[in-house]
Design a protein around this ligand. Structure first.
Ligand code: NAP
Length: 258
C-alpha cells in the first residue's frame, strides 16, 4: 500500500534507535525525507546512514530535545516539516516517594513540554499548507498506570490532555495530531526496565523478561517495525480523519474494553 506521502519531510525526534528509529525507517520506506535527532552524534550518524539506504535525504541533528537550545537546533534544520514525530527518553522507574521537584521537572520537560513546544512551533506552517501530521510517542501508561513509572503516568497524561483539545482545533486545516501508546517493545529501554525488575525481584534478567512477557496477552514484546508501520499509517494521506486519538500498541496488555 502506497501511503501517499512520498516527497514529504518528517522531523523525527529521538530516533537513533528504538521506537523513534522504527518510525523514521517506516517513513523512509515511504519516500519521506528525514531530519532525525538524538543526543549522541555517532549512533545518530550511523542511524542516518542506514536510513539513507532507503534512497531518501536524511539530516542528522545531535541535540537534546528536552532543552530550548536542542529544539532550536532541530527547528533550524527543519523549520516547516510536513510530519513531526515527537519522542524522547522515558523517565526512570521508582516509587512515588522517590521523586522530588527536580525529578518531576525533568519528566515534564521530556515527556510533556518538549512535544508540546515542538508541535506549537510547526503547527502554523502545517496549517498554512493545509496538511500536516503530528504523532507523539507516549506510553500505555496513559491508559493504565504502571506502578513503577509514576513519572511517565503523570507527565504523559498532561501531553495527552493538550493533544485532546488541540487536535480538534487544527483538524479543519488538514492537520492531525495523534498519540501512539507503546506497551513493551524490544528496545534498549525495555532491557533497562527488565534489569530493574530483576533487581527488584532478585531474579535473573532472563527470568524478569519471561515474567514480563508472560503478562502480555500476545506473549512477546512488540517490534520497532510493527510500531513504525503504525506511525507511518497515522502520517499517511489515508489517516486524515483520525483526530486526537490514543492508539495502543501493547499486545493486549492494558485490560480494558474501550
Ligand atoms: P530507546 O531504545 O532507549 O531509544 C531512545 C532514543 O531516544 C535514542 O535514540 C536516544 O538517543 C534518544 N533520546 C533519549 N533522550 C533524548 C533526548 N533528551 N533528546 C534527544 N534524543 C533522545 O527507547 P525506546 O524504547 O525507543 O523508547 C522511546 C520512548 O517510548 C521513551 O519515552 C519510552 O519511555 C517510551 N516507551 C517505550 C516502551 C518500550 O517498551 N520500549 C514502552 C512504553 C513507552 P541518545 O541517548 O543518544 O539521545
Amino acid at each position: 500500500m502506497d501511503l501517499g506521502i512520498r516527497g514529504k519531510t518528517a522531523l523525527v525526534c529521538a530516533a537513533s534507535k528504538g521506537l523513534g528509529f522504527g518510525c523514521a525507517e517506516a517513513l523512509a520506506k515511504e519516500g519521506v525525507g528525514l531530519v532525525i535527532n538524538a543526543r549522541s552524534p555517532e549512533p545518530l550518524e550511523a542511524a542516518a546512514e542506514r536510513l539513507r539506504a532507503h534512497g531518501v535525504d536524511v539530516t542528522a541533528v545531535a541535540a537534546d530535545v528536552t532543552t530550548e537550545e536542542g529544539r532550536a537546533a532541530l527547528l533550524a534544520a527543519c523549520p516547516a516539516p510536513d510530519i513531526l514525530v515527537n519522542n524522547a527518553g522515558g523517565p526512570p522507574p521508582g516509587l512515588w516517594s522517590d521523586w522530588g521537584r527536580e525529578d518531576w521537572l525533568k519528566a515534564v520537560e521530556a515527556n510533556m513540554l518538549a512535544p508540546i513546544l515542538l508541535a506549537t512551533a510547526v503547527l502554523p506552517s502545517m496549517i498554512d499548507k493545509g496538511w500536516g501530521r503530528v504523532v507523539n510517542i507516549t506510553s500505555q501508561s496513559v491508559k493504565g498506570p504502571i506502578p513503577q513509572l509514576g513519572l511517565s503516568n503523570g507527565a504523559r497524561a498532561g501531553l495527552t490532555g493538550f493533544v485532546a483539545g488541540t487536535a480538534r482545533q487544527v483538524a479543519r486545516h488538514g492537520v492531525t495530531i495523534n498519540n501512539l501508546l507503546p506497551g513493551s517493545h524490544a528496545t534498549d529501554r525495555i532491557v533497562a526496565l527488565d534489569a530493574a525488575l530483576a533487581r527488584e525481584r532478585n531474579v535473573s534478567v532472563e527470568e524478569a523478561t519471561a515474567i514480563r512477557q508472560s503478562s502480555i496477552p500476545a506473549g512477546r514484546y512488540g517490534t520497532i517495525e510493527e510500531f513504525g508501520a503504525a506511525c507511518a499509517f497515522l502520517c499517511s494521506t489515508f489517516a486524515g480523519f483520525i483526530v486526537g486519538q490514543n492508539v495502543l500498541l501493547d499486545g493486549g496488555s492494558v485490560n480494558v474494553t474501550l
